[in-house]
Each structure stands twice: as structure tokens, then as C-alpha cells.
Write a protein that binds this ligand. Structure first.
Ligand code: HEM
Length: 459
């Protein structure tokens, strides 16, 4: 069977299926189409055909790095400033390989020990803020989690403090970043001619980019002035001194700048969404909360500064986070293409055709997860359950050589923060929150407020 035979919604001529993709809730819309059309379906978009896959069997095919590669396209390739950053670079770009080789070590699990004091610094700022909330007042969970994760990646990344907990409105860098991302997405959805007409937005995007580049260039220049080896405790220090072991080459400054901006973009909203979803699920599952709290009390007691080893020991807290990423993977899709003409699910797929893995649908496949696949249950993530899964049934961090380089970073930060909150607070579902999600580049709970009460205090 040919590509055109793949089932999918019937589109309008020229515009294809643009109206089938719900712009408010694109992922929910795509998941519904998967329920209707099955594990592989086709969308016809102004840019051409795109397949959407969601069964473990088909996902295993497209994850084969020998025959398939990451497809850089859509909203991401439009983010000019980080064009050469790890996330948006083509796998064949020599600078991708060089940066990947240099950065693997600073992002490895043993290196996480070095970032822990800085992560604790920000976790403490969050806890201090929540301790000072008056009884009956609410906290905005996703907003505070975004303050936390943005400040954490900036401090561990390049020693910069956004001081988001001391601001009512976001730091100007964040405004510039969010505008850039939204503009990139808008352009990606439009035919090229319409995108070219967005002259004012284009000018704003150029200004935003210049502002972001200027801030990071300043930090790099400052470091160079101090001497490259003055501070290697953060990612910037390691990028300035790092050498690609295969070629002996270093990273050029403009690429280091692109990597810094990439880490801010890739590293903060995803982790912030993860923490917000985890808190939402814990509020609704008191038994899981009690178990997580018991583990935190046993491992940490009332110790304020968890060690690297203690973080590793909190395996149930980690399962809570893994399970949140199963039901709501905060980077909900990644896209691949075959290197040569191939066959997928019985259909001929020409080389280069984009095929998106729809992670929330994959993660709820009853064939892999059982009849209660839709239920939040951290036991789904117990080691023996994971070992029994079909390969590629769980992909919140993407796949193969293009998988998330920040996975250990995100998980250490998330375990630390969730454990700190469980250790110190009762989390109160004051509005009986019903989960609604909102998508910008990543997915987050929308309008999610709770009350918090320091543990042991009765009011
Ligand atoms: C790549 C998810 C946290 C940096 C990816 C990909 C996914 C992902 C799905 C693959 C994208 C693709 O194939 O197109 C997540 C999730 C996170 C998270 C769910 C948090 C819960 C982070 C953090 C950082 C980071 C904290 C940096 C500090 C990156 C980079 C890439 C990437 C640089 C591109 C890697 C490459 O292609 O060489 N992430 N991420 N991510 N992520 Fe993450």
C-alpha cells in the first residue's frame, strides 16, 4: 500500500488537514484522531504529508537509528537563535556531533553531583516562598515551578540568576524567549507567503533574538575575561574548556551561545510541567502521596540538604515522576524520517517523510500498559513492570542518539523538589482542581492553584 492509502481525516484541497488540528489543544486533537484512525494515520498539511504513529510496535521501527533519523522541522527549525543548538541541529551537522561529544559528560549522572548545591539553592527559594504564604492564600503551581526550573537551569548552566522568585512579572529574557517560541510556532503553521507578511512580528522576533544573544554573549565574554578555567562548575565553564575527544576540537563561541539558549528553552518548561503534573496527580491519589511522604521521611528525615545518594534512594518519588511523564509527557511528540524508502505498518513510506511519535497515545496503549493504562499508578513504573514492557513503549525523553541530553538533570531536579515539598508541606486541593492542559511548546496544567500548609502546623 502507498502513503496515500494510510487512513486519516479527509482534508480540504490546498489547506489539507489544518482545520483538523485543534490549535487550542493540538495534542488532545491528535490523540482523538489516533483513537479514530488507529496506530498510524496521515495528516495532509500545507508542508506535505505527515504520519502520526502511536503503537509500541510502530514506534520501535521509527526509533531504529540505523534506518531513521530525527526530522528537524516545524516550529523548531524556525527558532533562528538556537539554529545550531543541539535540539535543532541536523544529525549530519558536524557541530551537532562535536557539541554532543563535549556535552555528554557534563550531562552524565556523575556530573549531577556538582549541580546539586545550586539546585538546592533554588528548591530552598521555592520552599521559603511557600512557607510565607498566609493560611487560606493560594499558590500558582505552574508559575512557581517555572520560576524554579528557569532559575535552576540558568544557575547551573551559566551562573546567572534570573531571581524569578523576587519578581511579579517574568524576567525580560523570559518574555523574549516565549514570544520567539510562539512566533516560530505561528510561522510553522502558516504557508510561507503568509509567514513572510508578518513583518511587525518578524521585527519583534529579531529584537528578541538580539536581546537573548546579547545577554548570553555578555556572560561568555565575562567568563573569557576571567580565564576559561576559572569556573568549571557549570555547563558554560565545561563548554568553554571542553574538547571533542575524537577530533580535539572545541566549540566556537557562537555555538556555545546557541547551546545556552537551547538549554533554557528545552530545559525549563518541560521540567516545570512535569512537577506541576506530578503535584496534580498526588492531590488526587492520597495513597500514593502517603507512600511518597513515608519514603521522604525515611530517607531525608528533617535534613534540609539532601545528598546525591539520598536523591538516588528515593525510588518511589522517582516512580511518581516517571508515571506523571507517562500520562503527560511534557514534550508530547518527536519526529523522525526514514533515511531511505521503507515500509511502515504495511505502507510504503518515501525517504524523508516526517513521522511523528505521539507520545501520550503511545504511553496509554493498553497492549503495553494493561487495562488500567489511563490510571495514575506509580506502580506502573516499578522496576519489574518496566523490565516486562515491550521495547520503546516508554519514550518521554525521545530516542537513541537524539534523545534528551538533559534527562538526568531534569530528573535529579524534579526528585529533589518534589521530595522537598513533601518533606515540608501538606498540599491542599483547595479548588478540587480538574486537570485542564495548555500547550505552548510544551504541555502544562492550566489555571492550577493549591493551598500549602507547613507540615506539623495545624490551622
Ligand atoms: C531533547 C524531553 C528536560 C535539553 C529532548 C527530546 C525530548 C525531550 C522528547 C527529543 C526531541 C526530539 O527528538 O526532537 C524532555 C523532557 C524534559 C527535558 C520531558 C523534562 C522533564 C531537559 C533539560 C535539558 C534538556 C533539563 C537541558 C538542561 C535537551 C536537549 C535536547 C533534548 C539539548 C536535544 C538533544 C540532541 O538532539 O542532541 N528532550 N527534556 N531537556 N533535550 Fe530534553
Amino acid at each position: 500500500l502507498a502513503l496515500d492509502d494510510v487512513p486519516g481525516p479527509r482534508g480540504l484541497p490546498v489547506l489539507g488537514n489544518v482545520f483538523d488540528v485543534d490549535t487550542q489543544d493540538p495534542i488532545g486533537g491528535l490523540v482523538q484522531l489516533a483513537e479514530q484512525y488507529g496506530p498510524v494515520y496521515r495528516l495532509s498539511l500545507p508542508q506535505g504529508s505527515r504520519l502520526i504513529v502511536s503503537s509500541a510496535e510502530l514506534v520501535a521501527e521509527v526509533c531504529d537509528d540505523e534506518r531513521w533519523d530525527k526530522h528537524v522541522g516545524g516550529g523548531l527549525s524556525n527558532i533562528g537563535g538556537s539554529g545550531a543548538g543541539l535540539f535543532t541541529a541536523e544529525t549530519g551537522d558536524p557541530l551537532w556531533a562535536r557539541a554532543h561529544n563535549i556535552l555528554m559528560s557534563p550531562f552524565s549522572l556523575p556530573s549531577m553531583r556538582d549541580y546539586l548545591p545550586k539546585m538546592i539553592d533554588l528548591a530552598e527559594q521555592l520552599a521559603t516562598k511557600w512557607e510565607r504564604v498566609n493560611p487560606g492564600e493560594e499558590v500558582d503551581v505552574p508559575a512557581d515551578m517555572t520560576r524554579l526550573t528557569l532559575d535552576t537551569i540558568a544557575l547551573c548552566g551559566f551562573g546567572y540568576r534570573f531571581n524569578s522568585f523576587y519578581r511579579e512579572t517574568p524576567h525580560p529574557f523570559v518574555d523574549a524567549m516565549v514570544r520567539t517560541l510562539l512566533e516560530a510556532q505561528t510561522r510553522a503553521r502558516q504557508p510561507k507567503i503568509a509567514a513572510r507578511l508578518r513583518i511587525r512580528a518578524q521585527r519583534q522576533a529579531e529584537e528578541d533574538l538580539a536581546f537573548m544573544n546579547g545577554l548570553v554573549d555578555g556572560l561568555i565574554a565575562e567568563r573569557r575575561a576571567q580565564g576559561d578555567t576559572a569556573d568549571t562548575s557549570d555547563l558554560l565553564g565545561r563548554m568553554l574548556t571542553g574538547v571533542d575527544s575524537r577530533t580535539g576540537e572545541r566549540l566556537p563561541d557562537d555555538n556555545i551561545r546557541a547551546q545556552c539558549i537551547t538549554f533554557l528553552i528545552a530545559g525549563h518548561e518541560t521540567t516545570s510541567g512535569l512537577l506541576s503534573f506530578a503535584i496534580n496527580y498526588l492531590l488526587k491519589e492520597p495513597a500514593a502521596t502517603e507512600r511518597a511522604k513515608a519514603e521522604v521521611d525515611e530517607v531525608l528525615g528533617d535534613r534540609a540538604e539532601p545528598t546525591f545518594e539520598q536523591i538516588q534512594r528515593m525510588t518511589y518519588v522517582r516512580q511518581v515522576l516517571d508515571e506523571s511523564l507517562r500520562l503527560w509527557p511534557t514534550a508530547p511528540a518527536f519526529t523522525r524520517h526514514p533515511l531511505a524508502d521503507t515500509v511502515l505498518g504495511g505502507y510504503r513510506v518515501p525517504a524523508g517523510t516526517p513521522v511523528s511519535v505521539l507520545i501520550p497515545a503511545l504511553h496509554r496503549d493498553p497492549a503495553a500498559w494493561g487495562p488500567d493504562a489511563d490510571r495514575f499508578d506509580p506502580d506502573h513504573m516499578a522496576a519489574e513492570r518496566i523490565a516486562a514492557l515491550p521495547p520503546h513503549a516508554y519514550k518521554p525523553f525521545g530516542t537513541g542518539q537524539r534523545a534528551c541530553i538533559g534527562r538526568q538533570f531534569a530528573l535529579q531536579e524534579a526528585v529533589l523538589v518534589l521530595a522537598t515539598l513533601l518533606q515540608r508541606f501538606e498540599l491542599i486541593d483547595s479548588r478540587d482542581y480538574q486537570l485542564r492542559t495548555k500547550m505552548t511548546l510544551t504541555v502544562k496544567p492550566e489555571d492550577f492553584h493549591i493551598q500549602v500548609r507547613p507540615r506539623g502546623r495545624t490551622l
